[in-house]
Design a protein around this ligand. Structure first.
Ligand code: TYD
Ligand code: MG
Length: 456
């Protein structure tokens, strides 16, 4: 009997070696290698290159592009993150934690597309057709040209695509399907890479839109090789607090539109409902009286500014080394802000625990949130309150200077719609004025602290 060869593959970057390694030389990850058994049979040549081999180079001036066909999903928040609708023949990867609503949004989208006359093949590789039907009943999806196909074998899926000739295929999920040409188990790096390759080839040669669901690992990355994200046209991540009802869809990569665009939904008893005024949602949990350690920032998510509350808690530590906990902001960013507060403002935090939380389960990675985070910490440490009518916008440099931000006018407009009266802004943005909001330009972190403290 032919001996089966094995190789070790890094599950986070796809690096391959003949034997086990503790640390990946490519991505530096620890304990990321798993063994994959290969068949000694040569796999058939089914790479996209194999099919596209007869394509010849052509002069750029001779290339004629067909009209880009965009199909609206009838879900305006979803259309927005896609850049105005689904581009026919594109591949969209939707990633998120289990139970966040990936299958729900794609079943709703399938229903809407089917209503428009598109033929949809929904491949359910994790749930049975019955389970899917139950969800469809809740969502009120019962269209004629929506085919449900419980299948994990990619070759069978391919056969059905040839037979049904759908306009859109949903694959739920890429980790659960496998190709017979690869012997390693489904969900492994080589299976995911191969399956995605084949799906991409089908999408591009047959002009079929592919909506692919992907799982994320415990640390929040999309499970499988990084190449998966490179291969697809659009990557959308599903965020949000699973225990609360709202969900945030964010486009991380989009070959056909803006990235960093967000769409906000609420999970209701009948599926995901668009939230058209998200600021109310994020701010309505705020307590009416001002409390120390709370600051409102205006982050710019794609083309839409969002008002978000940052809360900080600072207190004497019972531990030998103080704790720093960040929820919704990057941990090293928090450490940097704390270092600036200690060195440039003279706030002694070396014996204090610091907890920072972005309310609403949203992730804020824009640097313009720095100043709001710093003020939440500083006001909590000094037990004073930030004026509740004030929003805070600015990036902090290492010497405590405040850097300018983009799109300030839009941010101020959004703040004024939500009833705010004052904004602390970077000095370099001082030319930006707003008729309903009093702007206070600040050069340094120290000035911002004195400017925000209530009453003023
Ligand atoms: P689901 O789409 O199955 O999540 P995923 O595919 O990302 O794992 O959604 C799961 C959760 O959503 C589940 O806990 C039930 C809830 N839900 C509702 O609250 N209302 C609904 O109408 C539906 C379909 C699901
Ligand atoms: Mg699911």
């Amino acid at each position: 009997m032919a001996k089966l060869k094995s190789k070790w593959v890094c599950q986070s970057c796809g690096y391959e070696t003949a034997g086990y390694l503790g640390k990946c030389p490519e991505c530096g990850g620890w304990g990321t290698f798993t063994e994959e058994v290969q068949s000694s049979l040569k796999p058939q040549n089914i790479s996209p290159q194999g099919i596209l081999n007869d394509v010849q180079p052509s002069l750029i001036s001779d290339i004629h592009i067909g009209e880009e066909v965009r199909v609206s999903t009838n879900i305006s928040e979803f259309d927005r993150i896609l850049g105005g609708g689904l581009v026919q023949g594109s591949i969209v990867l939707i990633a998120g934690d289990p139970g966040i609503g990936k299958s729900t949004i794609l079943l709703q989208t399938s229903g809407e597309l089917a209503k428009k006359g598109q033929k949809i093949l929904y491949v359910t590789a994790e749930e049975s057709a019955g389970q899917l039907k139950l969800r469809a009943n809740r969502l009120g999806v019962n269209e004629n040209n929506l085919y449900i196909y419980p299948q994990t074998n990619l070759e069978s899926i391919r056969e059905q695509i040839d037979k049904i000739q759908p306009d859109t295929v949903v694959v739920d999920s890429i980790q659960a399907i496998y190709s017979q040409t690869i012997t390693s188990s489904s969900g492994s790096v080589s299976q995911i890479r191969e399956c995605c390759n084949i799906l991409m080839q089908i999408a591009k040669t047959k002009n079929i839109t592919m909506l692919i669901i992907g799982h994320v690992t415990k640390d929040g990355n999309i499970a499988g090789p990084k190449v998966l994200e490179h291969m697809v046209d659009t990557v959308i991540s599903f965020e949000g607090d699973k225990y609360k009802s709202y969900r945030i869809l964010r486009s991380m990569k989009n070959r056909f539109g803006n990235t960093a665009e967000v769409g906000i939904f609420e999970m209701s008893a009948n599926g995901l409902v668009e939230v058209l005024n998200p600021n109310q949602l994020f701010l309505n949990e705020r307590s009416q009286e001002a409390i120390p350690g709370s600051a409102i920032i205006v982050t710019n998510e794609g083309t839409r500014p969002l008002l978000v509350e940052i809360q900080a808690l600072v207190g004497a530590t019972p531990y030998p080394s103080p704790r720093r906990v960040s929820n919704g902001i990057d941990y090293s960013r928090l450490l940097q802000i704390l270092a600036v507060l200690e060195k440039r403002v003279g706030l002694n935090l070396s014996k204090q625990d610091v907890y920072v939380n972005v309310m609403g389960g949203i992730e804020v990675d824009e640097p313009s949130a720095d100043l709001g985070i710093a003020l939440a910490i500083a006001t909590c440490a000094r037990d004073v309150v930030v004026d509740p009518q004030t929003v805070i916008i600015g990036e902090i440099g290492l010497s405590g200077e405040i850097h300018p931000v983009n799109n300030l006018e839009k941010r101020l407009n959004e703040a004024s719609v939500s009833g705010f009266k004052k904004a602390i802004i970077p000095y370099a943005n001082r030319d930006v004025q707003h008729e309903k909001i009093k702007t206070v330009p600040v050069k340094r972190l120290m000035d911002a602290i004195s400017a925000c403290i209530s009453p003023q």
